[in-house]
Design a protein around this ligand. Structure first.
Ligand code: DGY
Length: 416
């Protein structure tokens, strides 16, 4: 059974390979997505390390002059996805979106390099400078209050998380022109964000495009600016791994160390005492979201230990058959099927599990891993899963779920 799943996972990655880059899944997501791609590389490394390195190079072919690495690279136009390159209007080559995504790449570059330093040294040296430029972009443009900030819900990757509900209310949608969504023709609309959400997503893109993606204007006048645990913990971890790479490659370390120090202090601003957890903070209103989410549990991945978060995780473990749900089942906005408002995501489990393991919380790590194994074994390589009955939700034959199976969840995984 395990060997069969390993073979299926490899097949999914190969099927979603579009020649040097991998799409998350056929149809629903027909382009190269940033963090999906880094996960795909992690999966490819299990059986084709050169292909893994190639994935990073194609991702960084979309890097902007200012260092930003976009969340989507539109290598080949596909009418099956909205919003396409014309809506983003970034005028880059290759065509891309104008926002970024959680920078998991440095961590997977490190892991793949460590698995075969000889094959990886040249690749890692090329990628090191690009990763540093990207991380610097975050620190220059997005870390003014200490934690890392997002300017669009899509940037956190957790598109419709309850975390953003407060901030979304303030977005003016009166100028949004009629549009046709494509996602709901691929997937049950009950599993996707609502029209209310999409109107606000598009309004934010329109504003940034009209202002030429100028980060100062987006910071000072944009309608959405939220300090987010996903971005903060992932960037902190990425900086630690970049620092490790710098040492291996005899590169300067002081600037990267200063980024680590900055975020180690910055994460404290995300501690919501009332909730007893790390939370998202709306910088426009100064209000916490009061959302215990899967991102709250990325603290260990960021190298931050916290005993209260262990208690919170124990509580979450007792609530659902499969952990870790993307939003607390005790929260009033919980929805077991709707994207980031409840379902379990194998990729986030991987990051949480890695962090728990790194911090010596082995029993907790084991629980997260075995839940992920059961979900995949019983329900296939889905985009996400219902935390109660485990049923598959969202897109099927998903690259990043196949990737984390191969490189983390499978009993045969190197990381396992
Ligand atoms: C989508 O289209 O659903 C994506 O999450 C945006 O990046």
């Amino acid at each position: 059974m395990i060997d069969k799943l390993d073979a299926q996972a490899r097949e999914i990655l190969c099927q979603n390979d579009r020649g040097g880059y991998t799409v998350p899944t056929d149809g629903l997501y027909p382009y190269q997505w940033n963090w999906d791609s880094a996960f795909a590389a992690f999966g490819f490394a299990n059986f084709d390390i050169e292909r893994a390195w190639q994935e990073f190079h194609s991702l960084f072919s979309g890097q902007w002059e200012n260092g930003m690495v976009p969340h989507i690279i539109f290598h080949q136009e596909d009418k099956g996805y909205f919003p396409g390159p014309d809506v983003w209007g970034t005028n880059k080559s290759p065509l891309s979106s104008g926002i970024s995504q959680p920078p998991v790449a440095a961590t997977f570059v490190r892991k793949i390099y460590e698995s075969d330093p000889k094959a990886g040294r040249e690749h890692a040296a090329i990628l090191f400078e690009k990763l540093a430029d990207w991380h610097r972009w975050f620190h220059v443009n997005r870390c003014e209050t200490g934690a890392a900030v997002i300017t669009h819900p899509w940037e956190a990757g957790r598109d419709n998380a309850p975390d953003w509900d407060g901030a979304m209310e303030a977005i003016d949608v009166s100028k949004v022109q009629p549009y046709v969504r494509r996602d709901t023709s691929h997937v049950d609309p009950e599993m996707r964000p609502t029209k209310y959400d999409y109107d606000r997503y598009i309004s934010l893109v329109d504003f940034a495009r009209e202002n030429d993606w100028n980060q100062d204007i987006i910071r000072d006048e944009g309608a959405f600016r939220v300090a987010d645990p996903t971005m903060t913990f992932i960037l902190l971890r990425a900086n630690r791994d970049l620092l490790w790479l710098a040492k291996q490659l005899n590169k300067p370390i002081d600037e990267i160390q200063s980024w680590v120090d900055h975020l180690e202090t910055g994460v404290k601003t995300l501690w919501n005492e009332e909730l007893g957890a790390y939370d998202s903070l709306d910088l426009k209103s100064g209000k916490f979201a009061n959302s215990l989410s899967c991102a709250s549990f990325l603290c260990w991945y960021g190298g931050i230990e916290n005993s209260k978060m262990v208690e919170q995780l124990d509580l979450i473990f007792s609530q659902t058959k499969y952990s870790v749900p993307s939003y607390s089942p005790m929260g009033e906005k919980f929805n077991a099927k709707r994207y980031w408002r409840g379902p379990v995501w194998g990729v986030v489990n991987t990051l949480i599990g890695m962090g728990l393991e790194d911090c010596g919380l082995n029993a907790h790590a084991q629980r997260v891993r075995s839940d992920t194994v059961e979900l995949i074994k019983n329900n296939g390589f889905a985009e996400y899963y219902d935390p109660f009955d485990g049923s598959a939700a969202g897109g099927g034959t998903f690259s990043w779920t196949a990737a984390i199976w191969l490189s983390w969840a499978s009993p045969n995984a190197k990381e396992g």
